[in-house]
Design a protein around this ligand. Sequence first.
Ligand SMILES: [Fe+2]
Ligand SMILES: [Fe+2]
Length: 247
Amino acid sequence: MNARIDEIAPDLYRISVYVKEFDLQFNHFLIKDDEPLLFHTGMRGMFPVVSDAVAKVIDPAMLRWIGWSHFEVDECGALNEWLAAAPQATPVCGQLGAMINIADFANRPPRALDPVERLVTGRHRFRFVPTPHLPHGWDAGVLFDETDRVLLCSDLLHQIGDVEPVTSADITDRYRHALATYQQSPVLMDYVPYNANTRPQLTKLAALKPLTLAAMHGSTFVGDGAAILLASADVLESVSSAMPSLV
Ligand SMILES: [Fe+2]
Ligand SMILES: [Fe+2]
């Protein structure tokens, strides 16, 4: 297992591990700033690979913040490994995630971000936007870098394959393909639920006018992020309406 490192925006490093078995990239984002932040710890099994990759950019012991979207192994499975490697690091997540998962799971207490609060890491200023059940999980949210308008968007805009690190092409068809493919699987189906809150939540994220959509799985999109997010609501709605009835 190898990691590919790309600086995809100023201070923003994409550390990508492609897993052939799943035909899927797992992307971890390092923001190099006065107080470095890692978004997505990766799975415990990937920790040696991801930490070696981080070490090519900064001393991992200097990490200050470790964030993610929702409680799942690719998001925060290696959190305690990172806390051991980085003595000054603090987990950072939404208030709900901190309460229901991280206060117990993590070996050090988290900083729980109120939606109106800002996390300033130096040049960058982040806010955690709660998006319950989008992409999935009660505690889900996204981290938005207001400085460079980068949306760390977790499983949103998921794309299959070992794709290019960055693209300006419309990725909504790739997203539709990924969701439709998973929908055919009795195990992977219903990956991202579509409900009455889905479109309003994506509209709220579009209003942030992101210029970069840093996806956990697949290429990072650079361009009119609002348009892609709004189009992704149509994708989710159409894939969910094509769902076979549950038995
Ligand atoms: Fe997920
Ligand atoms: Fe994921």
